[in-house]
Design a binder for this molecule. Sequence first.
Ligand SMILES: [Cu+2]
Length: 473
Amino acid sequence: MASRRDFFRGATAITAAAAATSVARAALAALPDPVIQGDPGTMPPLAPPSGRPYRPVVTLNGWTLPWRMNQGVKEFHLVAEPVVREMAPGFKAHLWGYNGQSPGPTIEVVEGDRVRIFVTNRLPEHTSIHWHGQRLPNGMDGVTGLTQPGIAPGKTFVYEFVARRPGTFMYHPHADEMTQMAMGMMGFWVTHPKGRHPLIDEVDRDFVFLLNAYDIDPGSYTPKIMTMLDFNLWSWNSRVFPGIDPLVVRKNDKVRIRVGNLTMTNHPIHLHGHEFVVTGTDGGPTPKASRWPEVTADIAVGQMRQVEFVADEEGDWAFHCHKSHHTMNAMGHDVPTMIGVDHRGLAKKITRLIPDYMVMGERGMADMAEMEMPLPDNTVPMMTGAGPFGSVEMGGMFSVLKVRADQKPGDYTDPGWYRHPPGTVATEWAGPLADATPARSAGGQSMPLATKPAPSIEVQVRKPGAHGGHDDH
Ligand SMILES: [Cu+2]
């Protein structure tokens, strides 16, 4: 049963206005005021002001939704609405989300909590929320048409169930999903164990984020919802590098990272400098005997993975999707490979007609990160991110795990770039060069070929039907 004190503490967290009102029965019967968050930064973990204690998670470039306790029930209020999401500094997208952001706020509860979630629809079409991975009464599962009518624009629905099993979950609409997920409607859910759990370790830092993807033409603001695979923005919590905050930890912290995939392709998420184990999926904690060390975990469509490791190596460790096209921002794929093609003469002629014309990729694409190609308003460079040694040449699903010995417990502020101990950074060889290494390859500078001449191969292609069927053998 909730005490008066519990309610007050919860209400204080929700809004100052609510705290100023009396704890009248009428107030408890009303909807909790929705909390709206406009800041795209990573909010500090929300220590539970009421209910059972737990160690809260940190949502990358996101936040946790405050609640109020009402007669022992944790009450949340989600508002589905159009939002403006800053996906990276200088680049804003017009998305749909919850409570001012896409993704919506993370919901954190404790195993055994009775949870009541009010969902108000401020979208131009109906919606619903499916609580991905939860054990709940069938009628609370949020599938429009199957388990409930859609929530019409302007209406509020109530979901109520007990968070029966601890773990890593997410929520998203189950109504016009193709549109609503392509527009950014999704959120994270963590159910903490109610006590010590044999398969759930206590950790010092617990990060969560969702993988999502958008197709937004450079210079425009709204995702193209018909795109199925050829997205141009691969994001974590609707942010793209360099807009994704680093994961800051103290050396020797035990770290958990929980990731859910709501895109339409898989993402092999790769961590540098450490090995982790997969300790859980959206089905719950994994048995200990099933855990083995890895440095990349593939997260398939609709899946969630939680990985754990001890951050015992200091430094700035890259952490990213291993599909190289997913660490790029707004790019086209219909570009021919230009490596080894010299277009100097051609470029000069074209520049006479089109002054801004640039040649792409004759020495690879790294030049793209440095070049001052004029970009349309409201877009992000394809490869960017100023690092301590130059451009990081990344975009999309990329961030940095920053491990520092002097980071204070519970401090998530960015410590800046790692200061490498002297003699521990790869540097240019300053001694004499070995004789003629570059010149021996037959391809010269840009296209090495085999040293032996290739055997000549003749390829014959015959069109089927040209001889009335199969070839003679
Ligand atoms: Cu990926």
